[in-house]
Write a protein that binds this ligand. Structure first.
Ligand code: ASP
Length: 439
């Protein structure tokens, strides 16, 4: 068996945390490939090393003195090295980084050093080989991740490697310039490595015991999810679940490697399994509830709209021209609504409205703002009648007015639009009806 284990920033924030991680790795000989993040927060008000690096580089970029900030970063690593009692000197690495900062190597390069240095410490601590992702993780000229080339290069690079540490979060473009994934991107690296070595499991270690049915900031102590499919998680991550980076499932999804979300601080907890398919029913009819605030709906009315071929295309073309992507497009016989992120829409509002007027000459356009979307997701909903009924009666009892309803064709999700101010109450009502009363 081969396992890839990725550890998040809070799991590697201090020497104490490193020791826990070392114990976890040594407890299972299959944990052969390790993907570390940069050191995260040690306590609530602490700063992540990645953020320290961005701040430090923004000084370097403006030709300001950045040495005080760099020294603080160096101290974070030294504290870990000392706490682990390692015989490791990172000063040559830091001299190189300082030189590169002076030569304006870019903010992606700067941020990537967080994982790079943590990877060196981790490899030294475990006695594993250090593999720099710059050797094999590739982005194209436009900075877009090149999955195919990466898989080819990385599987070749790791073919004869027994055990290795591969830092998360970054790779390089064809000209060798460092490029990072978006924030939290070490999760993606873990998934890429799992695919390249054809791992049996990708363990993603964090500071919670798996994924919860709903956001703990809204529901006090929500129950955990034991098993979830990639497709369900994709829906939920898109709508705001942030235990795992929303793109992290793509590499493993194509080859069906399961992901196990585990807690570094409670390693015996089973955590959550993310799988391709399962015959295991979820404990409740629904698997999870997620949502986001800040949407606007542009409602277009025109008599005989249904008879006008190309109406939808013409409307969407206007949004496309202004670079605004749409989330949902519910329609009636003579009405069509386009739901968008309010923040993306607001500056282009008047241009888009006049564009729609020109394109389709509607009878009336009206805008509803400050809407929230809630996704109720569950593989079990398809086979169960009455799920939608239960959701809407719960919302009615909670006095929440439903502004939009959309059921995906896969019957995996029901999306509900409510006013921003009803967001928390709506999520509580849905959680209660399915989880608390277990209807
Ligand atoms: N260190 C990076 C961040 O803070 C990447 C990661 O931790 O996954 O976003």
């Amino acid at each position: 068996m081969k396992k890839v284990v990725k550890f998040g920033g809070s799991s590697l924030a201090s020497a104490e945390q490193f020791i826990k991680v070392g114990n976890i790795i040594h407890a299972d000989a299959d944990r052969k490939f390790v993907v570390p993040s940069a050191p995260g927060k040690r306590f609530d008000k602490d700063t992540k090393v990645t953020d320290m690096l961005y701040a430090c580089y923004s000084l370097a970029e403006k030709d300001h003195n950045f040495m005080a900030e760099m020294t603080k970063i160096e101290e974070r690593y030294q504290e870990i090295i000392d706490g682990l009692g390692l015989d490791l000197d990172l000063s040559p690495e830091f001299s190189q980084i300082i030189d590169n900062f002076k030569q304006k190597a870019g903010s992606s390069y700067a941020a990537s050093r967080g994982e790079y240095l943590n990877g060196i410490i981790m490899a030294n601590y475990l006695g594993y080989e250090f593999v720099d992702p710059a050797e094999a993780i590739r982005f194209n000229e436009a900075g877009i991740f090149d999955a195919e080339l990466t898989n080819k290069l990385l599987s070749k690079r790791l073919a004869d490697v027994e055990r290795a540490v591969i830092p998360g979060f970054y790779g390089v473009m064809p000209d060798g310039i460092v490029q990072t994934f978006s924030r939290g991107g070490s999760d993606i690296t873990g998934s890429i490595v799992a695919k390249a070595i054809q791992a049996d499991v990708y363990e993603n270690w964090t500071d919670v015991s798996g994924i919860m049915v709903a956001d703990p900031r809204i529901i006090h102590n929500p129950v955990g999810i034991e098993m979830i499919t990639y497709a369900e998680l994709r829906e939920l991550s898109y709508m705001g679940f942030n235990v795992l980076h929303e793109d992290a499932i793509f590499p493993v999804r194509t080859v069906g490697i399961p992901i196990n979300i585990k807690n570094t601080n409670a390693p015996d907890d089973e955590g959550t399994w993310i799988v391709g398919n399962t015959c295991q029913k979820s404990k409740y009819v629904i698997t999870g509830i997620a949502g986001k605030k800040g949407f606007a709906s542009i409602n277009i009315e025109k008599d005989m709209m249904n008879a006008e071929v190309g109406f939808g295309r013409k409307v969407l073309k206007v949004f496309e021209e202004y670079g605004v992507s749409f989330e949902h497009m519910p329609s009636g016989i003579d009405t069509l609504s386009v739901m968008v992120h309010q923040s993306e829409f607001v500056n282009k509002e008047q241009n888009i409205l006049s564009g729609i007027n020109k394109a389709v000459s509607p009878d009336h356009i009206d805008i509803q703002s400050d809407l929230a979307l809630i996704a109720v997701v569950g593989r079990g909903m398809k086979a169960q009648r009455g799920t939608a009924g239960r959701i809407f009666s719960a919302l009615a009892h909670a006095n929440v007015n439903v502004r939009m309803i959309d059921q995906g064709s896969s019957e995996l999700n029901i999306i509900i639009g409510v006013a921003n101010e009803d967001f928390d109450v709506a999520i509580k009502a849905i959680y209660d009806i399915f989880v608390e009363t277990r209807l």
